[in-house]
Design a protein around this ligand. Structure first.
Ligand code: DGY
Length: 326
């Protein structure tokens, strides 16, 4: 019997690729940009496994072109790039990489919060623009973090990790999520409706997955509810926020600032109006990008792929219902 064939849609840390090579015949896409959809479509008919990224759209037609695929392993905790219902219908297990990126992503959400609150990117630009002529009592004044109120929308593993950081800053934490009021209290927060949270928070941090329900969860109405001094932080998915409504709210001073690790679309086009705003800090989807965490994510994605090739349950499977089929 020949070795299983897999396609890996981007270079991974070397250790993960070496391990993969011991188990199967792996073709790795070596370009910096993702392969086009048609490239994956061309290859998938021959594949036993696919290791893909959040930039790869994996839909039903692609799965239908893959008669022998045993596993699809996504190198991300989020999996909105994959049609999970279609995968489950076809009995294809889908792996993701939860857990290992919680603290790294929470660190980064807090970094965005602090950078926007204290206007660090603007301050850096101020020096580069030759404007630092003297110490001045009001120049580049920002918002206090210590003792402020943080609203966390979505209190799964990453939201809870953000809450732990907020406790070190003596923040009141309002939480809008599916967890019970008791569970949220145990974590140190107060359960709130979405509107209560938006009206009362100095910072609002998003930690929900992208689904039909959360697409444009933060739109004009929600931004209008926020305080004019409030700051929005998004390390979840860009489409959780309506970008046009956000632009208008930031431009018109309906909210003070935003810190975005994720945008809609990605990459953010260079002519996107959000890039013209000093009060909008955008970075290129790097919240989980520490060397150690990205290495762990790659190991997990490889673990899922190998397990799937061997007919074993994936260690972290987003559609375990595939194992209940007869
Ligand atoms: C994820 O894993 O879903 C992040 O967005 C990238 O690390």
């Amino acid at each position: 019997m020949g070795r299983d064939k897999v396609f890996v849609t981007r270079e991974l840390p070397a250790a993960a690729l070496e391990r993969l090579a011991n188990h199967c015949e792996a073709e790795v896409w070596g370009e910096f940009r993702p392969p086009d959809y048609d490239v994956i479509l061309d290859k998938i008919g021959e594949l036993d496994g696919l290791l893909c990224l959040l930039t790869d759209r994996i839909d039903a037609p692609l799965m239908d072109a893959a008669p022998q695929i045993k596993v699809i392993s996504n190198l991300a905790v989020g999996y909105d790039n994959i049609d999970i219902a279609a995968a489950s219908q076809r009995g294809i297990p889908i792996g993701n990489t939860p857990g290992v990126l919680n603290e790294t992503t929470a660190d980064f959400a807090f970094a965005l919060l602090m950078a926007t609150a204290r206007r660090i990117p603007e301050a850096r630009q101020y020096i580069h623009d030759g404007k630092w002529l003297t110490w001045h009592p009001t120049v580049l004044s920002g918002q206090d973090i210590f003792g402020a109120t943080l609203g966390i929308i979505g209190c799964g593993r990453i939201g809870a990790a953000v809450m732990r950081r907020a406790q070190g800053f003596n923040m009141r934490v309002l939480v809008n999520s599916l967890e019970s009021a008791d569970e949220i209290r145990r974590l140190g927060g107060e359960k709130a409706t979405l509107d209560e949270l938006l009206c009362n928070s100095d910072f609002v941090s998003l930690h929900v997955p992208l689904t039909d329900e959360t697409r444009h969860l933060i739109s004009q109405r929600e931004l209008n509810l926020m305080k004019p001094t409030a700051i929005l932080i998004n390390t979840a998915r860009g489409s959780v926020v309506d970008p046009r409504a956000l632009y208008a709210a930031l431009r018109d001073g309906e909210i003070l600032a935003a810190g975005l690790d994720v945008t809609d679309p990605e990459p953010v086009p260079l002519d996107d109006p959000l890039l013209t705003l000093d009060n909008c800090l955008i970075v290129p989807h790097i919240a989980s990008a520490s060397v150690a965490t990205r290495a762990k994510m790659a190991e997990m994605a490889v673990d899922n792929l190998i397990a799937g090739l061997q007919g074993q349950p994936l260690p972290t499977c987003v559609n375990p219902e595939v194992y209940q089929r007869g």
